[in-house]
Design a protein around this ligand. Structure first.
Ligand code: OXD
Ligand code: MN
Length: 583
C-alpha cells in the first residue's frame, strides 16, 4: 500500500518482534470493514445488536480486569527523567524498549496484525497529523474507524517520505501485571500491551492526540488540550466558539451538546468536539481550534434523553458499545438510561441479570464509540480544514465551596494560573474519600507528555505570541448550599453563564473586580424563567476569603513539586493572589 521506507522499515522491525501469522493493511473500505465485522461476530469478539432498532451497532465486552485507563501503568519515556516531570511515571527509553520487547516477542503468533494508517484532524488541514497503529485486535480496527479518519487517505497524507506517529498495540493475554501504556515522545512512538480497553488501545486518542501531541505542540508552537469545543449562536445570529477543559465527571460531553432552556430558545449550541482540541495561532492573530477526532468515546451510564438527548441520539446507529448490558431483544441498556430497567438482561460480564441482582448491569465506565457526524447538533465547522476561531477558554472543576459560578481572569498570564490551579473534589461515585481536592491543571494531569512545569511555561509563551488571544474564564456548576444541595441547576441552564462569557469577550457585559478576578454582578446573569432567588445567585457569585486562603496553601504545596521548572509567571500570580487575599 506504500513505498514509504520509514513505514516499511518500522513495519518490518515490529513484525519480526511480534511474529504475526498474517499482516492485513486496512484501506478504510466498507467492504473490508464488513468482512472484519463478520469475523469478529463469528469469533464472539463482537455481538451483533438488533439491526432493526440499532442498525450497524455492536456490543463488545472487555476482560473484567480491563475496564479503564491505567494511569499507574502509563509511562512517559524521555531520555532525562526531569523532562517527564513529577506528575508522570517515567522509565528510561532504553529500559522501556528492552522490557516491552520481551513482552511483545512472538505475541502475535497465530494472530493477524492489522496495519491501520489514520489521520488525526481533517485531511489536508494544517492541523492534521498522521499515525499508523499496528494491532492484533479487530475491536481496535473497528473503533479506530469511528474515532479517526482511517485508511488510504492517511497513507496519501504521509506520502513517499513523510513522518508519522508509530503506534504498536498487542492484546497479548490482557494480563494486568504486564500491562503497559508507554509513550516515547522523543521518538514519536507509542507502545501499548496487555489491554483491550479503549483508552489504552485506541492509540490515536489520549496517547497520540494528547500525550505525544502536547510534546509536539511544545516543540512546534501549538497546543494539544483536553478540551471540548462548542459554537454558540445568539438570536442575532452572532457566533462564538468556546474551548473548555474539565476533569472527568464534570459534564464535559453534556456541555458540548447543551440544549438551551425554554427561556433562551433563540440560542443555538453546536458541537465541534467533546474531548480534545488542537489549537494554533491563525493568520488573523486569533487562536484557532480543531477537534482531531472523528467520533465520541463517551461514558454510557447516566446518558438519557433528559441528561444528553444529543449524545443518546448519536448512538442509535453505527455505534460500538463496550461493557453495557444486553437486553433480551438485542438492544443495550445502562443505569440512568430512559425508562425502567429491563426485567431481564445480560450484564457487562456476560451474566444473567435482573433488577433484583443487586449489581450494576452496565459497568460504570461502559462506553459508546459513535461517529461525531451523526450527532444532531454537530457543528457545520466540524470538518472545516481551517478549524474555528476561539473567543473564550473555560476551565472548570467540581468545587463545593471555593470557586464561584463563574469568574474571568484579568489577562492571559492570570488565565494560565487559573488553569494551572484547576482542581476537583472527589464524589461518592469514585473510590476513596469524598471531598478530597485533586489538583488537575487544565485537566491534563494524566495526559501531559512532558514536565508539567514546562507545559505551564509553554502556555505562558503562547500568550505572548497570540496577538488577539481568547479571554480565559473559570466556571463551577457544582457549588453546594449548607444542606449539601446543588445551588445551580446546571445542564441547559449553563448557557446563562456562557452568555455572560461571550458578552465579556465582546465587551458587552459588566463585571466587578475581586481578589480572584472579574465576577458578574447578580444583574449580569439572565435568570428569566429560572426558579432561583437573588440571595442564592449572590451566594453563587461570592468569594469567601478564608476558604481561598486555605486553597492558596493547597496550590503552594502542589506547585512546590515542580521546583525550578515552575515558571516565573505562575510564581508571580501566586504572590499576587496572596497579596489580594491579605489586603
Ligand atoms: C476520557 C477521559 O475517556 O478523560 O475522555 O478519561
Ligand atoms: Mn477525556
Amino acid at each position: 500500500m506504500t513505498n514509504n521506507k520509514k513505514v516499511l522499515t518500522w513495519l518490518d522491525e515490529m513484525t519480526k518482534m511480534c511474529q504475526p501469522d498474517k499482516i492485513v493493511w486496512i484501506d478504510g473500505s466498507e467492504s473490508q470493514l464488513d468482512e472484519l465485522r463478520k469475523e469478529s461476530v463469528a469469533t464472539g469478539e463482537m455481538i451483533e445488536l438488533n439491526q432493526e432498532k440499532l442498525p450497524g451497532c455492536y456490543l463488545h465486552r472487555t476482560a473484567e480486569n480491563d475496564v479503564a485507563r491505567v494511569e499507574g501503568r502509563t509511562f512517559i519515556c524521555t531520555s532525562k527523567e526531569e523532562d517527564a516531570g513529577p506528575t508522570n511515571n517515567w522509565m528510561a527509553p532504553k529500559d522501556a524498549y528492552e522490557k516491552l520487547s520481551k513482552l511483545y516477542e512472538g505475541c502475535m503468533k497465530g494472530r493477524t496484525m492489522y496495519v491501520i494508517p489514520f489521520i488525526m484532524g481533517v485531511k489536508g488541514s494544517p492541523f492534521a497529523k498522521v499515525g499508523i497503529e499496528l494491532t492484533d485486535s479487530i475491536y481496535v480496527v473497528l473503533n479506530m474507524n469511528i474515532m479517526t479518519r482511517m485508511g488510504k487517505d492517511a497513507l496519501e497524507e504521509i506520502g513517499e517520505d513523510g513522518d508519522f506517529t508509530k503506534c504498536l498495540h498487542a492484546k497479548k493475554d490482557v494480563n494486568p501485571e504486564d500491562r503497559y501504556i508507554v509513550q516515547f515522545p522523543e521518538d514519536n512512538t507509542i507502545w501499548s500491551i496487555n489491554s483491550a480497553y479503549g483508552g489504552n488501545v485506541l492509540l490515536g486518542k489520549k496517547c497520540f492526540a494528547l500525550r505525544i501531541a502536547s510534546y509536539l505542540g511544545k516543540q512546534q508552537g501549538w497546543m494539544a488540550e483536553h478540551m471540548l469545543i462548542l459554537g454558540l449562536t445568539n438570536p442575532q445570529g452572532e457566533k462564538h466558539y468556546i474551548a473548555a477543559a474539565f476533569p472527568s465527571a464534570c459534564g464535559k460531553t453534556n456541555l458540548a451538546m447543551l440544549i438551551p432552556p425554554e427561556a433562551l430558545k433563540g440560542y443555538k449550541v453546536e458541537t465541534v468536539g467533546d474531548d480534545i482540541a488542537w489549537l494554533k495561532i491563525g493568520e488573523d492573530g486569533r487562536l484557532w481550534a480543531m477537534n482531531p477526532e472523528a467520533g465520541f468515546f463517551g461514558v454510557a451510564p447516566g446518558t438519557s434523553s433528559k441528561t444528553n438527548y444529543n449524545a443518546l441520539a448519536t448512538t442509535r446507529k453505527n455505534t460500538i458499545f463496550t461493557n453495557v448490558a444486553l437486553t433480551d431483544d438485542g438492544e443495550v441498556w445502562w443505569e440512568g438510561m430512559d425508562g425502567d430497567a429491563p426485567a431481564h438482561a445480560i450484564d457487562w460480564l456476560g451474566k444473567e441479570w435482573t433488577p433484583a441482582s443487586g449489581t450494576k448491569a452496565a459497568h460504570p465506565n461502559s462506553r459508546f464509540t459513535a461517529p461525531a457526524a451523526q450527532c444532531p447538533c454537530i457543528s457545520p465547522d466540524f470538518e472545516n480544514k481551517a478549524g474555528v476561531p476561539i473567543s473564550a477558554i473555560v476551565f472548570g472543576g467540581r468545587r463545593a465551596k471555593t470557586a464561584p459560578l463563574v469568574y474571568q481572569a484579568r489577562d492571559w498570564e492570570h488565565g494560565v494560573f487559573v488553569g494551572a490551579t484547576m482542581a476537583s473534589e472527589t464524589t461518592a461515585a469514585a473510590a476513596g474519600a469524598v471531598g478530597v481536592v485533586r489538583r488537575d491543571p487544565m485537566a491534563m494531569i494524566p495526559f501531559c507528555g512532558y514536565n508539567m512545569g514546562d507545559y505551564f511555561a509553554h502556555w505562558l509563551e503562547m500568550g505572548k505570541k497570540i496577538p488577539n488571544p481568547p479571554k480565559i474564564f473559570h466556571v463551577n456548576w457544582f457549588r453546594l448550599d449548607d444542606n449539601g444541595k446543588f445551588m445551580w441547576p446546571g445542564f441547559g441552564d449553563n448557557l446563562r453563564v456562557l452568555n455572560w462569557i461571550v458578552d465579556r469577550c465582546d465587551g458587552k457585559a459588566d463585571a466587578v473586580e475581586t481578589e480572584i478576578g472579574y465576577l458578574p454582578k447578580v444583574s449580569d446573569i439572565n435568570v428569566d424563567g429560572l426558579d432561583l432567588d437573588e440571595a442564592t445567585l449572590k451566594e453563587l457569585l461570592s468569594v469567601d476569603k478564608e476558604v481561598w486562603k486555605s486553597e492558596l496553601a493547597g496550590m503552594k504545596e502542589f506547585f512546590a513539586k515542580f521546583g525550578d521548572r515552575l515558571p516565573e509567571g505562575i510564581k508571580h500570580q501566586l504572590n499576587l493572589l496572596e497579596e489580594n487575599l491579605n489586603k
